[in-house]
Design a protein around this ligand. Sequence first.
Ligand SMILES: [Zn+2]
Length: 170
Amino acid sequence: MVRQKGEFQIRWKTDLPYRWAIGKLAVKYFEELKKRKIMGSKCPKCGKMYMPPRGVCADCFVEMTVDDMVELSRKGTLMGFTVVNYPFVDPNTGAMRPFPYGYVICQLDGADTYLMHFCDEIDHTKFKIGQRVEAVFCDELPKDHESYRPELKGDIYDIPFIRLLKDEEV
Ligand SMILES: [Zn+2]
């Protein structure tokens, strides 16, 4: 950027703390994660199952409540994938996310929508569209795993990633 004569810059850093309401369905979703339950929301009119849950059906605009939430399987089907090979700021931490890392689009069993999430596989030759996948909870990992946490906290890192299932695990 070329500065024009008479221009000047003032640089400073400021904190912008903020909070926001995530809504009743998202609160229930994260509370149930602590019990190892993955919840979706089912439209009471058309039956479409949303995972992650949402408050209004995108097809028929009917509002859903926590009473419309249903537990889904932690297993599903791989619908798309990529292996990210460039540095990226993790919006959850503000730190650079180590790369490469896998990123998948999957459909949990019983859901009509797709979930996008990290994957622990980084070899793109190991992914096959249609293969079985499973959500992994942080407390099930080996204690020396970077994503291990001893307890579920009701946040996105309760499920740090999706893993590809081997044929014998399906
Ligand atoms: Zn609907």
